[in-house]
Design a protein around this ligand. Structure first.
Ligand code: SF4
Ligand code: SF4
Length: 637
């Protein structure tokens, strides 16, 4: 997840009432000033459900000793989770107006609680993992230094290098929290070097547990935020009514079974509209999601139109390979395909499709705005009445209207989609795996694929299939684990004819825009392909990752291709050129026919054609007849 900033963070807190307040600088109940809760952007926070709270308590008990979980999050109280950007799932934990720390999933090891001083203050009476620092080291910690070995008076037995610990004075005042860089034995011998890498300094130097604040429930949060919530509801209703006035088209709701589309549907009903419900079943839905869609349509007596992708995913996965965050052929085939069929069959004269899209979900979605045209479905106008809502506001709306929602939200998911969506974190995939029978089929497929490709076992355990090109954070993780990254790329050893197959279209699962994902039927010699790719523009060759890139085109050595473009025509044109370039790179018979077409002397033929990148102007003139290209062949675009 990238950093998304939608202006000021809207989560504030009334410390007098101990309630989260959306946006308002004055508490609507007691009129005291509210304070901003410092969240990591994008700040798309949500309520913690019982499942989440139990998960945090269990982790606190495991890491810091029995009973710590209940001290950290006592009884029933308001707890909010803010999903922060990280390699895998990371939630900042907010309660009583303070960020207590973060629960992060650290693959392949599992959950880990990173505590801030307020969390340590709550757990201190039962907490293991205390390091007592001498008075002489406090000033340097206060000025931003780590705790060094000679500054340790005593460290609790059992502390290991890599544990989360609290640094205190010998009178029990909390100094900071951080990461142990030595074992207890090493610290107690006062050996030189960093003993604790300080993460958070204590800016409220109190000892012991914090004073309990007034407890509240979500009913109280709804009451406190009533005015703001209803203001946003009114705006959304006006937005929907305005759409009806501006466009002479029927209104439907694209319902996914998730919270955002549930809120969108409910807003449409409040606007006095009885929309048709559109459901594009990808064939990879959680079964509870399909039940939700049917239940909602039945309970509101709304017309439900369903188009099912059936087995399209499984029929195509053998050819395309696993989908990735950067290779979403699945969205085109399993979602765009059924959506397009659904709309063109049922709304030949167009439709306004209300979609629960929110700007907080990604920068691209933020840029997309509240109304857009789907270039692949003429006549369809997409519109989101909740474009500027954050997840907490959506939940307050759902709670306030007492709407029933997808049960997976209470099992730890905060996003409902396909059961093995490549956008998922490993932590989310683990939750789905335990509750979805089809997950085993996916695991079997990935296991066979990994073995066929000769990838290391981490391809499965770290779900590396979610990327074609590993992000830097995952590459760092692999290097920490001593996994040879080279082995995650593919040698150009395959033989056989070459065929290119595409899934193209709008990107319905992510940020919109046009793209093509394609796969050649064999692995590519990426160095050769990179050389001839100069025909289209200056090339970056990443040999270690087996990737060649020019402009918005990325070609992977294992045969995958992604192209982004402004319109259908430009993408088709690029796709055709890429097939020709790759065919030449792989099969050139050194006939020399193309050499004369280059006016810049950039081509030479020895055993096969080669471009001198310093002389090539990327003009494309050499892309004429060539014996290895059949120009009359339909390349499947
Ligand atoms: S025209 Fe001849 S030399 Fe040029 S790429 Fe094709 S086969 Fe190779
Ligand atoms: S004709 Fe020559 S300069 Fe133009 S793209 Fe081909 S190799 Fe490069």
């Amino acid at each position: 997840m990238g950093l998304v900033r939608l202006g000021a963070n809207i989560l504030r807190w009334c410390n007098s009432c101990n309630l989260p307040i959306l946006e308002e600088k004055t508490c609507p109940i007691c009129y005291d000033e509210t304070v901003e809760t410092p969240l990591t952007p994008p700040g798309d926070c949500r309520p913690a459900f019982v499942f989440d709270i139990e998960m945090i308590r269990k982790q606190a008990d495991e890491q810091f000793g029995p009973g710590c979980g209940e001290l950290l999050l006592p009884g029933d109280n308001i707890v909010i989770l803010n999903k922060a950007p990280a390699l895998d799932r990371m939630y900042e934990i907010i309660s009583d107006g303070a960020v207590l720390g973060a629960l992060m999933f650290d693959p392949p090891f599992g959950d880990k609680l990173i505590i801030r001083p307020e969390a340590a203050r709550r757990m201190l009476p039962r907490m293991k993992g205390k390091v007592i620092a001498d008075e002489g080291s406090l000033a340097s910690i206060a000025s931003g230094s780590n705790l060094m070995g000679p500054g340790v008076i005593y460290a609790d037995e059992g502390i290991k290098n890599g544990d989360e610990v609290v640094v205190i004075t010998d009178s029990g005042t909390i100094v900071a929290t951080g990461l142990a860089k030595k074992s207890a034995d090493e610290m107690n011998s006062r050996s030189r070097g960093v003993a604790v890498k300080i993460r958070w300094k204590n800016d409220q130097p109190l000892g012991g547990t914090s004073v309990p604040k007034k407890r509240n429930d979500w009913e109280a949060v709804i009451r406190a935020n009533h005015e703001y919530l209803e203001k946003m509801v009114k705006k959304a209703i006006e937005f929907i009514r305005d759409l009806r006035r501006r466009y002479d088209k029927p209104i439907a709701v694209s319902f996914s079974g998730g919270k955002d589309s549930l809120a969108t549907l409910s807003l449409a009903l409040e606007a006095g509209i009885s929309p048709t419900i559109l459901f594009a079943d990808t064939g990879l839905e959680l079964k509870e999601t399909v039940s939700e869609v049917r239940r909602v349509a039945r309970e509101h007596n709304l017309k439900l139109l369903v188009e099912d992708a059936g087995d399209a995913f499984w029929e195509n996965v053998e050819f395309f390979g696993p989908p990735g965050k950067d290779f979403r052929w699945c969205c085109k085939i399993c979602k765009l395909g059924p959506t397009t069929r659904l709309i063109s069959k049922n709304f030949p004269n167009g439709v306004i499709s209300l979609i629960g899209q929110r700007g907080y979900e990604s920068e691209q979605r933020m840029r997309k705005g509240s109304i857009w045209h789907n270039p692949w479905v003429p006549g369809q106008i997409g519109a989101s009445p909740i474009q500027n809502w954050n997840a907490l506001l959506v939940w307050l709306y759902i709670f306030s209207r007492k709407l029933k929602y997808n049960p997976w939200y209470e099992r730890g998911l905060d996003r409902i989609g396909c059961f093995m969506c490549p956008s998922s974190d490993i932590a989310e995939l683990k939750i789905v795996k335990d509750g979805h029978p089809d997950y085993m089929r996916w695991e079997r497929y990935i296991s066979t694929y990994r073995k066929t490709m000769g990838f290391p076992k981490e391809y499965e355990t770290l779900a590396l299939w979610r990327w074609k090109r590993l992000p830097p954070a995952m590459r760092n993780k692999l290097s920490e684990l001593n996994v040879d990254i080279e082995t995650t790329t593919v040698p150009s050893s395959a033989k056989g004819p070459i065929e290119l197959r595409f899934a193209k279209g709008y990107r319905p699962c992510t940020d919109g825009g046009l793209s093509v994902e394609g796969v050649f039927s064999r692995r590519l010699d990426i160095v050769r392909v990179a050389n001839l790719l100069n025909i289209l523009g200056p090339v970056e060759l990443h040999k270690d990752e087996n990737i060649a890139k020019t402009g918005d085109i990325i070609i992977f050595g294992e045969g995958a291709v992604t192209i982004k473009g402004k319109n259908d025509g430009s993408i088709d044109d690029l796709a055709k050129k890429i097939e020709q370039i790759v065919s030449r790179a792989m099969f050139c018979v050194a006939c020399g026919v193309c050499v004369g077409r280059c006016k810049h002397g950039a081509l030479k033929v020895e055993n096969r054609i080669e471009i001198d990148p310093d002389m090539c102007t990327h003009c494309g003139e050499c892309l004429g007849p060539c014996p290895v290209i059949r120009f009359d062949r339909d390349i499947g675009i």
